[in-house]
Ligand binder design. Structure first.
Ligand code: ZN
Length: 234
């Protein structure tokens, strides 16, 4: 881990990490929204359209064709940054990881308190009877994944037009409001709800790590324009 970040963490009592897509790129998972990311290939409508609630309801088969093709991160492994955060949690300093990613890599690396704002590809439920299914039930299905009751199995992923889980949001806000150190990494802080969360932080140290500048760079105690995976994992 970068020495400047390490020193701040060693002097923190309640650190929180907020991560975006950049956290997973070092694990080989492309950034949803980047120009060369998975949203700009071989599909006639935009990925934002496909990954919307309306499209899921009206074009279920096409939705799953895209989803199974582009969202399968099951074989991805955590990178050193994921492991570093899990270690800081074991030391009692990092209290929560808040993530916009769907891949479950923080848990795979050993993190316990992980708040997945946009859900996870690893949880899936029948739309009607709520029976739970592993990710393989989706990714290894042919056509539309179907429950034993006959209805569709829906990934527990927050689609466009859908609300975030209020409990997850409240827990995330609780941690940010109590933190003395907030590390934000791998997000441009322009996508809802990340931007709003920064203003809730009243602690001492705001660390921003992102390849590109963000609107909050000037508010940061420490701002590093580099890959978050590299900076935390080095
Ligand atoms: Zn069912």
């Amino acid at each position: 881990m970068d020495e400047r970040v390490r020193e701040i963490l060693e002097n923190s009592r309640y650190a929180v990490f907020f991560g975006g897509a950049g956290m997973s790129t070092e694990s080989g998972i492309p950034d949803f929204r980047s120009k060369d990311g998975l949203y700009h290939q071989k599909y006639p409508v935009s990925p934002e359209t496909i990954l919307s609630h309306t499209y899921f309801m009206n074009h279920t088969e096409e939705f799953f064709r895209f989803y199974k093709d582009k969202m399968n991160s099951l074989s991805a492994e955590p990178n050193p940054a994921h492991y570093a955060l899990a270690e800081w949690e074991r030391r009692g300093i990092l209290k929560a990881v808040i993530t916009q990613n769907l891949d479950g890599l923080h848990q795979k690396a050993g993190s316990q308190c992980v708040l997945e704002l946009h859900g996870s590809v690893r949880r899936n439920f029948c739309y009607r009877c709520r029976k739970s299914y592993p990710a393989e039930a989706i990714f290894e299905s042919i056509g539309i994944p179907t429950c034993t009751c006959g209805d569709v199995i829906k990934p527990d992923v927050v689609l466009y037009e859908e609300a975030l889980n209020p409990e997850t949001v409240n827990e995330a806000i609780f941690h940010i409001e109590n933190a003395d150190t907030l590390i934000i990494g791998g997000t441009s802080l322009t996508v809802y709800p990340a931007a709003g969360y920064v203003s809730l932080f009243k602690g001492k140290n705001l660390i921003l790590i992102n390849r590109d500048p963000t609107p909050y760079d000037s508010a940061a105690t420490l701002c590093i324009h580099d890959s978050v995976g590299k900076i935390l994992g080095m």
